[in-house]
Design a protein around this ligand. Structure first.
Ligand SMILES: Nc1ncnc2c1ncn2[C@@H]1O[C@H](COP(=O)(O)OP(=O)(O)OP(=O)(O)O)[C@@H](O)[C@H]1O
Length: 504
């Protein structure tokens, strides 16, 4: 199936998110769509998937103009979307999810459960997925859940698959496996659109690369291009891909976590007797596959988790038992991993989001009145510094692209008076140009002498920022190792193995 988008334009009010974009996908190719945050990639894919109607331009399949009025039409035409936030029902089995996907779109070839089981087995065998149709989705690791998404899409006979930042939630090993799956799909004749900010991935699988910037196609790049060249094309200027940092000037023990246990209502233990210390001026990176207690650890420091025992001391003062507000007031900076639920209020403006948690007093509030001029100057400065692409400080956070939302959260947290910074996946969804800046800001925070804890599923990020690395597995510390520990050793530790010579 030959797919073409021709001169697609999509506007949001006065903003032109897609400006006469033309883009094709041939059978049996992986076509990467690269672009900085807010360039218009998701918008273009939403047009392709029938979620948005283009203001101008057309979608052609085998040279015939299509009129999609919703995803059902796109799916019936053979277009499949593998979503980053999985659309699966966690308590259903794999086969039930596959049936559900077909029903909800009203796709003509609806499957019954037995047929669905059979399809899951067939597709799974063809691609070596090892997915059991009767497994309950929530019991499966994230990487396998993603395969279920792929199976669901393939079971509807998709000929073109769109992967929108599919590796954000995967481990390095799962990412490699996904790359292999994409290659195999391609070799069987599927056309693939691949959106990612990770240049390593682009260079590993792309057959063709189209770069868009500010809504327009700026050119094609060679899949053999160096990362630096791709980065520069994407953001329109040279980008520093490695973080420069001096040796840490270590201060006193500053964040001291002892015998920490975090469990949930059902008694399940997420953080299992964890102890570590971060000194002032030091970055401790917490590496681990998502879901091994990192989230709960970070939330316990902020005071978001209820069932906590043990101790978390910051500069000698106990944080356990404090309210979130008191913890924030104690100087805890917190970048949450899920910006949409925990980081931002979508209906608030960018400016309002930048002063969240700081509405109790100066500099933004004086005798109960918001200091509009101060807030405006501050917000405009942060928008410039962090290169947030938005019409202005009054734009609602919900209308920003994912990467730009992330920048607003990071800008807010790093501009408070901090005594510790806890940053969970600080650059998730952020383009290379802004990763550079955010990393510099995190290093600058460390160089002011505060302890910094960075939680990241990205080994590149861990290696770039860490002074030491702590690996968590099933809520326990596998080991705390030096920053120059080889990647393969870290990979093994992330799978729960403790290499010889590493102490817990
Ligand atoms: N529903 C909306 N209302 C108003 N503006 C929007 C809406 N959706 C997207 N935009 C704007 O359109 C532009 C393109 O956004 P889009 O999400 O397509 O970018 P992207 O390339 O996918 O970025 P990222 O890499 O950050 O995900 C951005 O400026 C964004 O703020």
């Amino acid at each position: 199936m030959h797919l073409a988008l021709r001169n697609v334009t999509k506007r949001f009010g006065s903003l032109v998110a897609n400006d006469r974009i033309s883009f094709t996908v041939e059978p049996g190719e992986i076509h990467c769509l690269l672009g900085e945050n807010g360039a218009g990639k998701s918008t273009l894919m939403n047009v392709l998937y029938g979620l948005y109607a283009a203001d101008e331009g057309e979608i052609l399949i085998d040279d015939e103009v299509q009129n999609f009025s919703g995803p059902g039409d796109a799916i019936a035409a053979g277009i499949g979307m593998v979503h980053q936030h999985f659309m699966l029902v966690p308590t259903f089995t794999v086969a039930e999810n596959v049936v559900l996907g077909n029903e909800s779109t009203g796709f003509a070839g609806s499957l019954d459960l037995e047929q669905a089981r059979q399809r899951v087995r067939e597709i799974s065998a063809r691609f070596g997925f090892h997915v059991d149709p009767d497994s309950v989705v929530e019991d499966l690791p994230v990487g396998v859940q993603q395969r279920v998404e792929i199976i669901k899409v393939l079971s509807r006979d998709a000929k073109v698959l769109v992967f929108d930042e599919p590796t954000a939630v995967l481990t390095p090993q799962e990412t490699d496996e996904l790359m292999a799956i994409m290659r195999q799909l391609r070799d069987e004749g599927t056309g693939i659109v691949f959106i990612t900010h990770k240049l390593r991935e682009v260079r590993a699988v792309a057959d063709r690369i189209t770069v868009i910037r500010r809504g327009k196609v700026v050119g094609e790049a060679s899949p053999r291009a160096e990362s630096a060249e791709l980065a520069a094309l994407m953001v329109g200027r040279p980008v520093e891909l490695t973080v420069h940092k001096d040796a840490p000037r270590l201060g006193e023990d500053a964040l001291v976590v002892s015998d920490l246990v975090v469990s949930d209502e059902s008694g399940l233990v997420h953080v299992d007797n964890v102890s570590f210390t971060i000194r002032g001026g030091e970055v401790l990176c917490v590496a681990g596959v998502q879901g091994n207690g990192q989230t709960e650890l970070a939330e316990a420091i902020l005071g978001l988790q209820k069932r906590v025992s043990g101790s978390i001391r910051l500069d000698g003062q106990e944080l356990v038992g404090r309210t979130v507000r008191k913890t924030l007031e104690a100087g805890v900076g917190f970048i949450p991993e899920d910006r949409q639920t925990d980081g931002l209020v979508g209906e608030f403006s960018i400016a309002e989001n930048l002063m969240l948690d700081r509405s109790h007093g100066l500099p933004f509030v004086r005798r109960g009145t918001v200091q509009r001029a101060t807030l405006r100057d501050f917000a405009e400065k942060k928008l410039r510094e962090y290169d947030v692409r938005a019409p202005g400080i009054a734009s609602h956070a919900a209308t920003l692209s994912g990467g730009n939302q992330q920048k607003v959260v990071v800008a807010r947290e790093l501009s408070r008076d901090l005594r510790v910074l806890v940053a969970a996946q600080p650059t998730r969804g952020v383009d290379v140009g802004s990763i550079e800046f955010i990393h510099q800001q995190i290093v600058a925070a460390r160089d002011t002498g505060i302890p910094v804890m960075v939680i990241s599923a990205e080994l590149d990020e861990v290696v770039a920022l860490a002074d030491r690395i702590m690996v968590l597995y099933r809520g326990q510390v596998v080991g705390i190792v030096p920053a120059d520990t080889p990647r393969d050793v870290l990979g093994l530790m992330m799978a729960g193995e403790r290499p010889a010579g590493v102490e817990a």
